[in-house]
Design a protein around this ligand. Sequence first.
Ligand SMILES: Nc1ncnc2c1ncn2[C@@H]1O[C@H](COP(=O)(O)OP(=O)(O)OP(=O)(O)O)[C@@H](O)[C@H]1O
Ligand SMILES: CC(C)(CO)[C@@H](O)C(=O)[O-]
Ligand code: BAL
Length: 286
Amino acid sequence: MHLFTDIHSLQGFLTAYKYAGKKIGLVPTMGALHSGHLSLIEKARQECDLVVCSIYVNPTQFNNPNDLVHYPRTVSSDRQLLESVNCDVLFLPDDQVMYPQKTLLKFDFGYLEHVMEGKYRPGHFNGVATVVSKLLHIVKPDQVYFGQKDLQQFAVIRQLVTDLSFGVQLVCCPIIREKDGLAMSSRNVRLTANDRALAPLLYQSLQLAQKWASAMSVEQVKEAVARHLAATAGIQLEYFEIVDSYTLQPVKEVDEHEMVSLCIAAYIGEIRLIDNIFLNNSANYK
Ligand SMILES: Nc1ncnc2c1ncn2[C@@H]1O[C@H](COP(=O)(O)OP(=O)(O)OP(=O)(O)O)[C@@H](O)[C@H]1O
Ligand SMILES: CC(C)(CO)[C@@H](O)C(=O)[O-]
Ligand code: BAL
């Protein structure tokens, strides 16, 4: 695997592939890689001639400084994992490379960021859009791969890519889970043993809500999920929403929308985790 830490050398390397008409796939990550990330690399491996993974813990998307300081960083095992799935290129920039000056960019994603992650993590999507724009400019991939776990991020990036005519194809990959249903996440390693035992409750709540949604109103399902989680000390629900999978806006009735998702965010002890499932019609989400 080729390792690049600066933009000039990376672009020099990629030029030959672009001239030869090779298809380039980009998988942006913040490292501390797990099988969820590797599934994105593997999908890119199947569909592209050259697979580039970026690892960069992007400070501008962290609304909580404590979360940034404690974000797991495991570069040497990340490199081994990337080798194991035949990733071609690792782009590993530092803050000076990505932000040689304080960025003044401001994005406004309107209604897309007034709910859920945007509401509870002010400035988060501005930081995500900034760094994803930079990565797309730097690598100029044909395809870029993201996980459904960050569903709202995917919707924001869809808007960004169209608004700014990036001309890249977005690919949304399914959520990879632990055996007990917990969505894989880099932050899971920060859970205490007790909290790790509680964490599968998030996915269990989504599954219950999916069942309840066939017989109850949206409001009743939301209340039932809140009650279900309130019964467990150690879990603090931040939001549970039933949303249109594209606009991310809360729905009043499930039947009025072609694609609906159930989305949850909660603190398990000190650690904030998110998860979601498609309620219906999950095939071919783009
Ligand atoms: N369990 C998973 N299954 C599939 N894709 C995932 C999973 N977890 C993360 N991803 C995707 O991997 C990409 C990089 O995510 P990131 O590096 O933030 O990892 P993460 O596990 O989501 O970490 P954290 O949630 O702690 O920020 C994103 O597109 C994200 O949606
Ligand atoms: C897309 C991303 C790599 C941007 O920092 C990050 O938000 C993530 O890992 O989902
Ligand atoms: N996976 C989303 C990155 C974040 O939580 O900041």
